[in-house]
Design a protein around this ligand. Structure first.
Ligand code: MFK
Length: 561
């Protein structure tokens, strides 16, 4: 006895983050960064306190009470204490609102996501309702539906925790999580003089996250409409009565028993004539909800980024505390190699995600060029799918850095992996988003050109001699991707093209990460901020960028036979 192991400790999330401060210094006006610095510093410290609260409250989970003692259907859902705290923090810090207050013009999205990046990994995936809330506000504004905008947007972006609403995004049904066009929920006119133009929805929503929200955007098929996504309409539903109970016609069948994100109350919902208002006409629902998808996919990439940062921060700290074979892990060359590989993944993901966030900010500020709009359309699925895969791989490897402790629940570490696994699933799986990327490239003549221009812009800045290897790796990967897209345009073999979509999308994602990281590194060198970012760019390139050659449909068929 007498031996005990010092646990990993989370350092100040802002001061000890290896990339955020440098990146913000490059990308934000000097005065703005000076104004933001106190909030960044406060949240960096608060993240540590909240992380302790998260560890102390590992076992609490949301609870669903369907009936009260007297047989009334109540469907009460109790949230965990940390989630209740997160709601207050989110409202007061403007974790959604900042994007809509737009105090910093095109940089408002960077402001919003910089704060979220610092604190969300300590908030037990409260990012889920915030992502959907942000997506709903964006979608309503894009719809130009004045009545719904006036009713909901001020609430979705409120700074008062008691007044703030969150939104759900009910898309998934038993028939289709990916193929949303199979939606079975039916919309019938309400014929209610109190609600002119309203509908009543009947169906089942099979996977609705954060069910305690005050409203939701959802899809349903108006009676008589045709099949597929075009026959669906986008509807707005208020989910609460005045007394806080569920709206009439809504029943929580049960909460899902999930691998991770267990603090998120994810429900199966029955819609039995719930009142709903069309948001943007009575068809084209998939297209009309796409603003929401693009915002929530941006949050997903951001979530992957802060998840990786947390995993790597803890693993790096632990390496200094854990002694094996006579020295700390931080003195073991192989362990250091492993950590360096993870660090590079996290920094590449950061650069790609924050580039998407910048583009979103420019679009919302009304100053984006057509090329930037096209780039954003292509990069949202690319960033989401690339970072989602990185997050799972990084979390898994990071757990291994703790040996058996990473596999034991009461260290709190398994959470890193369990909460990451969803990132490649919800908001579109890797394969579905890869096909989306391929469709955009084939359908939109300027899409790949916009992507190549972005890579070219980044590489033009990455002119330091220490970056020759990553720049060459980006160019070579991009040449392979270009050849794949060329073959796709010539519609060679549809099966081979579809089978290659994931390799294509991941290659684009990883190549752009490396290009943006090399650009960041070069500017850090020029600004006297040291060579560590250049090391990250070189390392990311060595981890591998090019996944084009992975596909062989004939072999795949044989392997499944
Ligand atoms: C920290 C992280 C927090 C994240 C919180 C998340 C909470 C979780 C909530 C959920 O998971 S909700 C469920 C999410 N579900 C999905 O993401 C569905 C995945 N499936 C797809 O994305 C399919 O590709 C899709 C349903 C879109 C395919 O349906 P369709 O009916 O075959 O649509 P199609 O033909 O691809 O697109 C219809 C129109 O929409 C087209 O325009 P046109 O009518 O003009 O031709 C498309 O161009 C357009 N469109 C589709 N996706 C778009 C888009 N436009 C802009 N942006 C997009 N992303």
């Amino acid at each position: 006895m007498g031996f005990f192991q010092d646990p990993p400790r989370l350092g100040h999330a802002y001061r000890e983050d290896p990339i955020l401060a440098d990146w913000l210094a490059r990308r934000l006006p000097h005065d703005m960064l000076r104004e933001l610095s106190p909030a960044l510093d406060e949240l960096g410290a608060e993240a540590v306190v909240l992380h302790e609260a998260q560890l102390a409250d590992r076992e609490n989970e949301p609870r669903h009470t369907p009936w009260d003692a007297w047989g009334n259907r109540v469907d009460r859902i109790e949230l965990t204490p940390l989630w209740q705290r997160a709601r207050v923090l989110a409202a007061e810090r403007g974790l959604v609102a900042l994007a809509y207050e737009r105090r910093h013009g095109e940089h408002s999205r960077v402001h919003q996501f910089a704060l979220n990046y610092l604190v969300q990994a300590s908030l037990d995936v409260y990012s889920c309702p915030l992502a959907m809330t942000d997506g709903a506000a964006r979608t309503l504004l894009d719809s130009k539906n004045a009545a719904l905008i006036a009713r909901a947007v001020p609430r979705l972006t409120a700074r008062d925790p008691l007044a703030m609403w969150t939104s759900g995004q009910w898309m998934t049904e038993r028939t289709g999580g990916s193929d949303v066009g199979l939606t079975e929920t039916v919309a019938r006119p309400a014929h209610d003089p109190a609600w002119p133009g309203a509908y009543r929805l009947t169906g089942t929503k099979w996977f609705t996250s954060a069910t305690t929200s005050e409203m939701a955007l959802t899809l349903a098929r108006p009676e008589g409409n045709g099949p597929g996504g075009r026959g669906l309409a986008l509807f707005y539903v208020e989910t609460r009565r005045e007394d806080g109970g569920l709206a009439p016609g809504l029943v929580v069948n049960r909460l899902k028993d999930k691998l991770g994100t267990r603090k998120v109350p994810t429900a199966e919902l029955a819609l039995d004539g719930v009142l709903a208002h069309p948001v943007a006409g009575l068809d084209d629902g998939v297209r009309n909800i796409s603003s929401m998808l693009n915002v929530t996919r941006t949050w997903n990439a951001a979530g992957a980024t802060w998840g990786m940062r947390r995993a790597v921060a803890l693993a790096k700290d632990y390496a200094r505390r854990r002694v094996q074979f006579g020295a700390s892990l931080a003195q073991k060359p192989l362990h250091v190699e492993t950590l360096a590989g993870l660090e590079a993944e996290a920094e590449g993901a950061f650069c790609l995600t924050f580039r998407v966030i910048e583009l979103l900010g420019r679009i919302e500020a009304g100053i984006a060029t057509d090329e930037e709009r096209m780039l954003f359309r292509l990069l949202t699925p690319i960033a989401k799918l690339t970072t989602g895969k990185q997050a799972v791989a990084v979390a898994s490897e990071a757990l291994e850095c703790f040996g058996g402790a990473g596999y034991v629940e009461d260290t709190g570490l398994p959470l890193l992996l369990r909460d990451s696994q969803v990132l490649s699933i919800w908001e579109g799986t890797t394969n579905v988003l890869s096909l989306d990327v391929l469709r955009v490239v084939l359908k939109e003549p300027g899409a790949l050109a916009a992507f190549e221009a972005e890579v070219g812009r980044a590489l033009a800045s990455a002119d330091d001699a220490s970056l020759v290897a990553p720049v060459a790796a980006v160019r070579s990967s991009l040449a392979h991707a270009r050849a794949f897209a060329g073959a796709a345009s010539a519609s060679a073999d549809p099966a081979r093209l579809e089978a290659g979509a994931r390799g294509f999308a991941l290659t684009l994602g990883r190549a752009l990460e490396a290009a943006l990281l090399a650009e960041h590194a070069s500017e850090c060198l020029a600004l006297g901020r040291g060579p560590r970012a250049a090391a990250a760019a070189r390392r990311l390139a060595r981890n591998g960028l090019d996944l084009i050659a992975q596909t062989d449909p004939a072999d795949a068929e044989l392997l499944l036979s």
